[in-house]
Design a protein around this ligand. Structure first.
Ligand code: NAD
Length: 369
């Protein structure tokens, strides 16, 4: 039986509530003997600040480093709005991304047929949508130097951000995209602005070369980022995997996310480089949503984004892709039966709490096992 260490960081607000639902699945996987999933729990965000004055302790960073996968809930809330910048709740997440070298952010946009009417686009445009945005997460304009605001002394200031990409950064993110495409519909759409940006020219050149040298079996197209944004709301089903830089990925993944309805439905994965010996990648799985302080403690949180993030961990870190597929199918089946937490209930009253939604999905999974 395969054995893995999972490090759980539930965080703040609704984080612990949605993580509690994932723990039900972990317990069931262990009981069924599907895999041995050993768990440790840690503190991140506001709760970590309350406990030891840091957004994550060194001890818990070490546990994250040694884990096969980190499952992360959400951090933050009004209680910590005034804590010093360096130890604010989000600093815990940024530290994890940086120290684990999580350069590839994967955000699927899947539109479950039962929720197609919740999208702002027409049903036929989004129904059955299943695309994956692969965003470069540790480089580009968010990190490039110089990054300054200078007083020009004439009543004017100048703000500078620098977009920088080196060859190796583009090579490794494009390999992630091509590898993922091979497990899906075998198509990669590489997105940049080569018409006006030098980094776009280099991006295009490197992706083209990696494709020719290593991935000729995968279909590759190049799409300018502004056109990609337009195409995503015109006919998103033309895409399979979209690979793009940090800035365009930030924007395009939010556009794609909204095709599918609620924030409570969106999972994500962040992956690092494969270990030379074990071939395993460092990884962190988290829902896209935040700590939702407005509904924390009310039982109204939708646990699907967190449960679907766990499904991504099964697929990308634990080699249990078949079970990930079954779990995704269980989510779809529960939605098709009409179960709704408040965020996806539309004009109707909610008919499921956080734990009722988690229990119903587990019941479906058990039935399919
Ligand atoms: P949010 O994602 O927490 O909430 C936005 C809205 O969506 C709220 O109305 C909330 O009730 C709703 N919502 C979010 N997740 C839901 C779920 N699973 N089920 C049902 N409804 C859900 O964003 P926000 O309100 O801008 O931020 C709240 C706090 O979370 C802030 O402190 C912010 O800094 C933090 N935050 C953390 C992360 C993270 O941990 N990765 C991401 C975004 C925001």
């Amino acid at each position: 039986m395969p054995s893995f260490n999972l490090f759980l960081l539930p965080g703040d607000g609704i984080g612990p509530e949605v993580m509690a639902e994932v723990e039900k699945f972990i317990a069931w996987f262990n009981k069924q003997g599907i895999a041995k999933l050993e768990t440790a729990r840690g503190l991140v965000g506001g709760c970590a600040y309350d406990a030891h004055g840091k957004a994550i302790s060194e001890e818990h960073m070490a546990l994250a480093q040694s884990a096969d996968a980190v499952l992360f809930g959400a951090v933050g809330g009004p209680k910590w709005d005034k804590v010093p910048y360096d130890v604010r709740p989000e600093a815990g997440l940024l530290r994890l991304r940086k120290d684990l070298g999580l350069f590839a952010n994967l955000r699927p946009a899947i539109c479950y047929p039962a929720l197609a009417d919740a999208s702002s686009l027409k049903r036929n445009v989004v129904e059955g949508l299943d695309i994956l945005i692969v965003r470069e997460l540790t480089g580009g304009v968010y990190f490039g130097e110089p990054k300054t605001i200078t007083d020009l002394g004439n009543g004017q200031k100048r703000g500078i951000d620098t977009q920088v990409y080196d060859t190796f950064e583009i090579e490794r993110i494009s390999r992630v995209a091509f590898d993922l495409a091979r497990t899906r519909r075998n198509k990669v759409s590489s997105t940049e602005k080569r018409n006006v940006m030098k980094t776009g020219v280099l991006w295009n050149e490197v992706v083209t070369r990696i494709h020719a040298e290593e991935y000729k079996d995968v279909q590759l197209e190049h799409v300018l980022a502004d056109n990609c944004a337009m195409q995503l709301v015109r006919w998103p089903k033309q895409y399979d995997v979209i690979v793009t830089d940090n800035l365009f990925g930030d924007v395009l993944s939010d556009v794609a996310a909204m095709l599918t309805g609620s924030l409570g439905m969106l999972p994500s994965a962040s992956l690092g480089a494969p270990n030379a010996k074990t071939k395993r990648r460092k990884s962190l799985y988290e829902p896209v949503h935040g700590s939702a302080p407005d509904i924390a403690g009310t039982g109204a949180a939708n646990p699907i984004a967190m449960i679907a993030s766990f499904a991504m961990a099964l697929r990308y870190s634990l080699g249990l892709g078949e079970w990930a597929g079954k779990l995704d199918a269980a989510i779809s089946a529960v939605l098709a039966k009409g179960l709704r937490t408040k965020d996806i209930a539309g004009d109707q009253p909610a008919n499921a709490s956080t734990s009722q939604m988690g229990d119903a999905i587990l019941k479906e999974l058990k039935a399919a096992a």
